[in-house]
Write a protein that binds this ligand. Structure first.
Ligand SMILES: Cc1cc2nc3c(=O)[nH]c(=O)nc-3n(C[C@H](O)[C@H](O)[C@H](O)COP(=O)(O)OP(=O)(O)OC[C@H]3O[C@@H](n4cnc5c(N)ncnc54)[C@H](O)[C@@H]3O)c2cc1C
Length: 402
């Protein structure tokens, strides 16, 4: 009697992580007529309670210092505003962008120079960014205290809040209906072939082994842990970011742009007298994957004083909700890491989004699906963000990071 070795269930593509990056990739793959394979998304926590995607502030901007990042957000705006057309589904409701814009405030000449340089990049890429003198800011937004401000930069076209949760829900629904499988499971090991240049299978915490043609690492702040399972070093770590929702006793009489104070604290309009603020402590270490504790003293000692100084009308405000989330922080250059590993060619990165991943997910999902299908990009060339720059220690510095 011979004992049979059970055959591992096999998929053409396994995506580890079902947050917005995994969902977007699965969705674009499922819609690509040239891709005929079997796709699996493995997600350790389908409630997504602690995923970055659930802790996001869900805003998009055109104001980046890198032309490619501007183009990535321009596609995001088009995708969100035409989601039903992109998903080819009449059930999808029309979504819009709440165009309050981002207002970057420069408090010294160095910051002002950065805004001017970024403005040139953004204009060349077709963004509608405007530089405003102190007087011009005061005329349009009289609620700011501007004594210490030299220059502002704002864009109110395709810049502001969008319903990222709706995009996420629809992408999962459409891809599931098209045959993508989603399972609950934690990937704990990756097995390579004898030559060490391909991932053959993933092992789940249950012991189940699933073989894969290609593998996508879409594990957000845990991306380095996943890469390490294949012996790959990835400079991505969880960094804590705090969010507060507050109501104002005297709401502003016009929309508050997402204002980035020179201190780094940011605050924006939500609607109905509610506002949202965010920030991080100056000491900004990597944290444990499951550490989401709030630092309550930080609001009182730093964030609220900054807000009340910048907008004196916000002297009387009341925090209604607060939470801590994790950026998947790319310590080399705070930019995306995409594409295949140069030696383990069926291992694809989708990592390191450092606070701008929600808006980048349409372009990243589309590009990764193209790479999985054709071995090349067909729309936007994302190769500048490939892992090779990490190995070569060639950062693509993004100076407009929040
Ligand atoms: C406070 C805050 C505000 C933000 N604001 C904005 C914003 O305004 N605009 C913007 O564009 N971006 C913003 N971001 C960033 C954005 O939310 C993230 O870049 C984006 O959600 C990342 O998506 P992801 O799919 O890569 O990661 P995640 O959403 O974290 O998803 C990764 C998934 O992988 C799963 N996983 C991990 N390891 C395993 C494993 N071994 N096996 C199986 N599953 C696994 C996790 O459970 C998780 O669900 C913000 C982030 C934070 C924290």
């Amino acid at each position: 009697m011979t004992q049979e070795t059970p055959c591992a269930t096999s998929y053409d593509v396994i995506i580890i992580g079902g947050g917005i990056m995994g969902a977007s990739t699965a969705c674009f793959l499922s819609q690509n007529k040239d891709f005929q394979g079997k796709v699996l998304v493995v997600e350790r926590d389908p409630s997504y309670e602690f995923a970055s995607t659930s802790h996001t502030n869900s805003c998009m901007r055109q104001q980046f210092s890198t032309s490619l990042n501007v183009k990535i957000s321009q596609f995001a705006a088009d995708y969100v505003k035409n989601l039903g057309t992109y998903l080819a589904d009449a059930r999808v409701p029309a979504l819009s962008i709440q165009n309050f814009g981002y207002m970057y405030l420069a408090g010294d000449e160095k910051m002002a120079q950065t805004l001017r340089a970024n403005h040139a990049v953004q204009k060349a890429a077709g963004a509608a960014t405007r530089l405003l003198s102190r007087d011009e800011i005061a005329a349009d937004y009289p609620f700011y205290q501007l004594d210490d401000i030299l220059l502002g930069s704002i864009n109110t076209v395709d810049e502001g809040f969008f319903d990222g949760q709706a995009v996420f829900d629809w992408q999962r629904r459409i891809s599931r209906e098209a045959g993508v499988e989603y399972i609950k499971g934690e990937v704990i090991a990756l097995t390579k072939n004898a030559a060490g240049n391909r991932i053959e299978s993933v092992t789940l915490a249950t012991g189940e082994v699933l073989s894969c043609g290609q593998l996508v690492n879409a594990t957000g702040p845990r991306a380095a842990r996943t890469a390490a399972m294949a012996g790959i070093a990835l400079p991505v770590e969880p960094r804590k970011r705090f969010t507060w929702m507050f109501s104002a006793a005297k709401p502003l009489d016009r929309p508050l742009p997402l204002t980035i104070d020179p201190t780094g604290v940011h605050v924006r309009e939500v609607g109905g007298g509610i506002y949202q603020a965010g920030g991080h402590t100056e000491h900004d270490p990597a944290v444990e994957f499951d550490d989401f504790t709030m630092d309550h003293s930080f609001w009182q000692a730093h964030v609220w004083p900054v807000i009340a100084t910048r907008i004196p009308q916000f002297e009387a405000i009341k925090v209604t909700t607060e939470w801590a989330g994790h950026y998947a922080y790319n310590t080399l250059d705070q930019n995306a890491i995409t594409g295949p590993h140069p030696e383990i060619s069926n291992f694809l990165f989708l990592n390191g989004f450092s606070g701008h991943g929600l808006q980048q997910s349409p372009a990243m999902g589309r590009g990764t699906a193209e790479w999985l299908t054709y071995g090349a990009y067909r729309s936007l060339d994302l190769s500048p963000f490939h892992y090779g720059r990490i190995l070569a220690n060639r950062p693509i510095r993004e100076s407009a990071v929040i």
